[in-house]
Ligand binder design. Sequence first.
Ligand code: GDD
Ligand code: MN
Length: 403
Amino acid sequence: MKDLFPSERTKSVSAESEMTQDPFSAPARPSPNIAPDDKDAAIELSVVVPTYNEKDNIPVLLAALDGALSGIEWEAIFVDDNSPDGTANYLRSIASSNRKIRLIERMGRHGLSSACIEGIMSSAAPYIAVMDADMQHDETILPQMLKRIRSDRLDLVVGSRNLVSGGMGEFSRHRVWLSDLGNRISHLVCHCDVSDAMSGFFVVDRTYFNEVAHRLTGAGFKILVDLLASSRRPVRVAEIPYRFRKREKGVSKLDVNVELEYLFLLVDKMIGSYVPTRFVLFVLVGSLGVVVHLSTLALLYHTWQMPFVASQAIATVVAMTFNFLLNNVVTFRDRRLHGLRLFTGLLTFYFACSLGALMNVSFAEFLHRHTVPWYLAGASGTIISSVWNYGVNTILTWRRARI
Ligand code: GDD
Ligand code: MN
């Protein structure tokens, strides 16, 4: 009992510091209640490794890190999203006898970027490396990266595949093309010139991370773009080339979603501080729905000469179904519905949107009756129903699953 519940004294100290301190900044002085652990020197480098089904790669990676980082006080922080292959249990068994190894296991959540962010936040080291578990990143350049970030007082040092002596290894041509495209687009939002912003291999300075932590999006796979684009000042960054290795064990987790996640990140970085990004995607999907509606109406009424009311009714159902399916894979892709939930979700979507349409018409009619010009009345009705549809469907149709 004693260990589980802090004493009154500890409680009041932490309550006080919670009120006065920024949670991201280091405490002004170490807690007087805890004796320094002089058995181990302070950690210089935390290596954060996101994992999903990487059990077979763990022993190889740990041996490689141990070899590469001799002479450096390091620790590895694994962030596992409840991998079905038992990666977390395996890591826990190693961590139970080795203080260098730590594990964060997340339930009901997933995503490479958010895993890295949580790993970094759990570290107290002045420098944090982020790397994949599958041995594709070359751990032997870590000491060089650490030396460089320290000596040049940089914010970030990136392991880059696009520099002359680096390379994409045996990456498929399609992935190289996508990676190039992504790098070019990243210049829209990043405040610096980095040749490989798509890289998942870098060392970040703790102070810089704390500076941008509040503005990180945390969505998708592109944690480095997120870190670079969240800065309000030019980022001091250097790149060190390495050759991307072939994955020997396990499989890549990046699929078509990568592009969608990247789109989400870019939209969020461009306008996310003004309007919620999910809402922007919802409205974009809704605009495509209007196109689908009018095309269906044209086909039924104009080409096939069906009665207008029937054509309009069918076009409405087609557009709503289209919107539902597209929202399911784009706007709410992280809460995507499958099987029976897809069907019940469609019904609640129809229901919510029908009420939204009713509100749209009644509100626009009310404004128009009170001498508001027709276009303003129409636009106001549409805005009201979009916000309603978004809010109600977020709560009803794509409600957050329990952890
Ligand atoms: N915790 C967690 N949660 N880890 C994840 C998740 C997730 O949802 N998805 C992937 N990972 C882990 C993998 O287990 C691996 O250690 C690492 O993240 C990278 O995943 P891979 O599936 O191996 O990615 P990749 O090799 O195809 O992509 C690499 O290159 C991209 C650039 O094209 C990665 O380095 C990416 O970060 C990089 O953007
Ligand atoms: Mn990989």
